[in-house]
Design a protein around this ligand. Structure first.
Ligand code: FBP
Length: 372
């Protein structure tokens, strides 16, 4: 007698997932609604990105041939501005936020007085991977949620300067062949795929796990000659493969959209790095701590991976500026530890003592900041 077909558990919607998370005490009602608002805004951005040239959204923003520049000194793409406006508009009136900050805005903005203010602060990179927008390669939105410090009703930039350990939620949406939302509220990392027919994000991977070991690395190799010595040695040994001290061959991938590179790593492992190099040393790095490195680091750690500046656990870095940049190493835990070991060996015991002292100082500062 033929066996009955196995009924796979129907995938649940983001809304149901969040209601279950609220019942489990993992999210407050306000945070649940805030995540829903951000997800809805990302659906609208997905539609704009999907239209491409048909929607007239490709190319640089700005008028009369004058490119408009953001505080990073980068020419803004039309979609950078569109995505920023969609997220600003969607989050203004919901009543869940006290303020928000974006890669595309010089300073944070408190929610306008006309709207009720909530207890959370939202930071976002409205469109990550800008260099890939006009060539139809995956781009994304990255976001991070913090609590607004008690007693603060009109938050300013300083109120956002909380370490990554203080994040209550982090996520990204990747606009690729399918639109996916990857999310953590501190209880694992979960992936949702946008079902365009019903317009809902549906849970497609619960509890993503990053393998501890990997044979895949992602870095912009064209910067090699500008790297520090430990990074030169680390990547040199990766490239030496089975003939070198690592004793195994490694493959390389680089999409130049952090969301796409990190999504691959959350899905099958690997290490992503944007190290310090002589080109970006004066700025402290290329990628931004508050709305790129910190949210990605929480997602990766919640999936069993690790994230570091090469010299310190990323989530323990005490922020000093809204658009602060940092070196980034994240992904498969043992591979990140190996990359950090190359830096520790190069920096020597004094540097190690110094970084431990910093880490302890930051840990104390963090504890005081979070009011643990
Ligand atoms: P933005 O596009 O948001 O400025 O992000 C920076 C970024 O595009 C990352 O997504 C990506 O990992 C990196 O820069 C690519 O850098 P490069 O152009 O040096 O390869």
């Amino acid at each position: 007698m033929p066996s009955l077909p196995q009924r796979t558990a129907p995938s649940i919607s983001l809304t149901q997932f969040l209601i279950e998370a609220q019942r489990a005490g993992h999210v407050s009602p306000d945070l649940r609604l805030l995540i829903e608002v951000v997800a809805r805004a990302c659906k609208r951005i997905s539609i704009a990105v999907g239209k491409g040239a048909l929607g007239g959204v490709l190319g640089e923003a700005g008028t009369d041939g004058e490119a408009s520049m953001n505080i990073q000194g980068e020419a803004q793409k039309k979609l950078d501005v569109i995505a920023n406006d969609v997220l600003m508009e969607a989050n203004a009136w919901g009543g869940h936020l006290a303020g928000l900050a974006s890669e595309e805005m010089d300073h944070s903005q408190p929610i306008p007085d006309v709207y009720p203010r909530g207890n959370y602060l939202l930071l976002f990179d409205p469109l990550d991977g800008s260099s890939n927008i006009d060539v139809n390669i995956s781009v994304g939105t990255i976001f991070s949620v913090l609590r607004c410090p008690d007693g603060v009703t009109t938050p300013c930039d300083e109120n956002f300067l909380q370490p990554g350990t203080a994040q209550v939620c982090a996520g990204y949406t990747t606009y690729g062949p399918s639109t996916m939302l990857v999310l953590t509220v501190g209880h694992g990392t979960h992936a949702f795929t946008l079902d365009r027919e019903i317009g809902s994000f549906m849970l497609t991977t619960r509890d993503m796990r990053i393998p501890g070991e990997t044979r895949e690395f992602a870095v912009n190799m064209s910067n090699q000659r500008f790297w520090e010595a430990p990074m030169q040695e680390y990547v040199g040994d990766l490239l030496a493969g089975s003939e070198g001290p690592r004793g195994k061959d490694f493959n390389m991938r680089w999409v130049a959209s952090m969301v796409a590179d990190v999504h691959r790593i959350l899905t099958r492992g690997g290490i992503f790095s944007y190290p310090l190099d002589r080109k970006c040393a004066a700025k402290g790095g290329k990628l931004r701590l508050m709305y790129e490195a910190n949210p990605m680091s929480l997602l990766v750690e919640q999936a069993g991976g690790a994230a570091s500046t090469g010299r310190q656990r990323m989530l323990e870095v005490q922020p000093t500026g809204l658009h602060q940049r940092v070196p980034v190493f994240l992904g498969s835990r043992r591979e990140v530890e190996t990359a950090v070991e190359y830096h520790r060996r190069h920096d020597g015991p004094e540097a190690e003592a110094r970084s431990n002292a910093n880490a302890n100082a930051n840990a104390n500062a963090n504890a005081n900041a979070i009011g643990a």
